[in-house]
Design a protein. Sequence first.
Length: 135
Amino acid sequence: MCLAKIDVAIREVAERDAPATKRLRAMLQCLLAQSLKVFLRERRLHDIIVAAIENEWQVTEAHDRAIYEVIEKIVSDGRESGEFERKTPLDEVCTAIRSTASVYAQPVLLKLTDPREKERRLAAVTNLILRSLAP
């Protein structure tokens, strides 16, 4: 399904040779851009994905897990390099970032606001996340 395309794109960002701060910012931007592309361009596809989410299809659970794993990799890398704090438990940090990011990857919510406004809001949220992760 098209969710796998999003997963591939964000995994590619996570694997880049760049500081964790830049990769986390780029991954969240990629998640929004890919989600807008996949969920809003074709109405039938949008409806299928909404049904998959509402009915908890395995593909949506795999997608959520992929996003979490990408966040976990980037945060772990940032902790190892000294970019991110280590005091907060890793699973708590990853769960919080994943919960925040879900607003930018949920088809119903994506329809509610202009894409440029979403980008502006994502930048503000990302700045807040990165400040909270600073050592």
